[in-house]
Each structure stands twice: as structure tokens, then as C-alpha cells.
Design a protein around this ligand. Structure first.
Ligand SMILES: [Zn+2]
Length: 105
């Protein structure tokens, strides 16, 4: 049987994800921890700015191009089998909630 990508739900320590997340854009990525830009997401094991090791990966591009989701997953899985792929909109939603809590809570 052919292998296919299915999105799954798992419980994560959000601070841990935020600290080790590599966000991919069109050509370059950025570090969610220190916001460094211009990172080569196919090769960078750690952030060139803050040195954090990347463990998770999300694509900001898929917000605008959700149809590319599975191509992205396949490509990243091939190039970066070391990273756990997460959904950017989930991440952004929780990050927003966390920030609101920091400000108003
Ligand atoms: Zn960084």
C-alpha cells in the first residue's frame, strides 16, 4: 500500500516547540525563537543567530497556499527527516493566545 501523509494531533509542550521551531517561507526560513531570518531550511540544523537546535518545522506559506500542504510535507520529510512537521496555523493560534495571556493575564 502506498504511503500517504495524514495530519495528526498530539500533545506538545508548546514552549519547547516555540523554542525549537524552524518556520519555512518561500525560499528561506526563520527561527521562531529569536526571529532570525534568511535561514536555509533544507540544511540548517541549528539557528545561525541563537544556536538553538531545530526540532520542529512549520510552513507559513501554506496559510496562503493550503493546496501545497502535502508537497511541502513530502519535500521536508525527504530533506529533513530529523524535524517534526507541525501545522503553522495551529502554532500561530496558540502563540496568539499565549501572547494575549502574557499581556492581559
Ligand atoms: Zn534563532
Amino acid at each position: 500500500m502506498a504511503k500517504e501523509y495524514l495530519r495528526t494531533f498530539r500533545l506538545y509542550d508548546f514552549d519547547e516547540v516555540e523554542k525549537h521551531l524552524l518556520i519555512t517561507g518561500d525560499l528561506k526560513g526563520d527561527c521562531a525563537s529569536c526571529r532570525a531570518l534568511g535561514i536555509d531550511f533544507y540544511t540548517a540544523g541549528t539557528c545561525p543567530e541563537c544556536g538553538t537546535p531545530f526540532k520542529y518545522c512549520a510552513s507559513r506559506r501554506l496559510e496562503m497556499n493550503p493546496g501545497e500542504r502535502f508537497q511541502w510535507a513530502r519535500r521536508m520529510q525527504e530533506k529533513r527527516p530529523d524535524l517534526v512537521l507541525i501545522d503553522y496555523s495551529d502554532y500561530a493560534k496558540i502563540l496568539g493566545k499565549k501572547k494575549a495571556k502574557d499581556i492581559f493575564g
